[in-house]
Design a protein around this ligand. Sequence first.
Ligand code: AVJ
Length: 322
Amino acid sequence: MSEQAFDLRDDDRRPPADELTGIVQRGLRLRPKRLPSWLFYDERGSQLFEAICEQPEYYLTRCEISLMDVHAGEMADVLGEDVRLVEYGSGNAVKTRMLLEHLHAPVAYVPVEISAEPLRRCVHALGERFPSLPVQPLPGDFTRALRLPIPPRAPRRTVLYFPGSTIGNFESREAAELLRKMRNEMGDNGGILIGADLKKDHAVIEAAYNDRAGVTAEFTLNMLVRLNREIGSDFELSRFRHHAHYNAMAGRIETFLVSTRAQKVRVGRQQVNFADDEAMQVEYSCKYSQDDFAALASKAGLDVAHAWTDPSGMFAVYYLVR
Ligand code: AVJ
């Protein structure tokens, strides 16, 4: 997600920078201060996320890919013939390709993506690999109600694909609401194929968000670079540090930007005070045991029909149905 997010919202006639300024100002009035994690994903942030995926400590992507390597064929069998596959966030589509390799006569692939450039790249990459697959890109925010394009022929079912443990960025209430929205979109006969990181040794999880090379720290701080550029705020990068720790009670990584001194920052026409050591929350990455995830799904009126894990038991993909 990037600045284009706001260009796409023609329901709001204010200039995009004003909207962003308002979002940030509201977050800075909360106690603790809090900024939404989608702000990470400008162009640089998306690049840094790809670099995170290559770090030895960040096991999530590698584990999900090895899971797909082993189980994509079985997933395709479970999904059945004539599926319309709708992906929430198009990403770089590596896992999607692994699934599409095995799908039986898919009716269409619909990537839903808020930011124009990744969406374009995804359409291009899949068009080359699957020339006869109808691709129907849908620019937009997947947390809002989607208007799915008319499929080229009637699908047997619509399956919403939501890989990557992105669901972990939502607090459990919001996660249940999002799944409930997805349940409506998939229809009676539909399903949700969704990746979620599993609970495990806390040190392993914590290391994944504190890589030695400091890529995650740079990713976190890039949010401030983006805000300085897009809304003209004057966050001083050297006066904030990345902090990510595993909250075992809540079952989630909590990431903060911590102010390294008492300071004032200008955001739009407002001055915002930070105390020495004040922590501003920027991301949750929730971890679910298989039982936790089944409980979350059931809050949204969904059942786990299948669950797959990677060979090391670190990551899970679930197939949810009504
Ligand atoms: C893309 C949301 C799955 O929470 O693990 C990686 C984002 N943040 N390192 C995650 C992220 C810091 C990632 N998700």
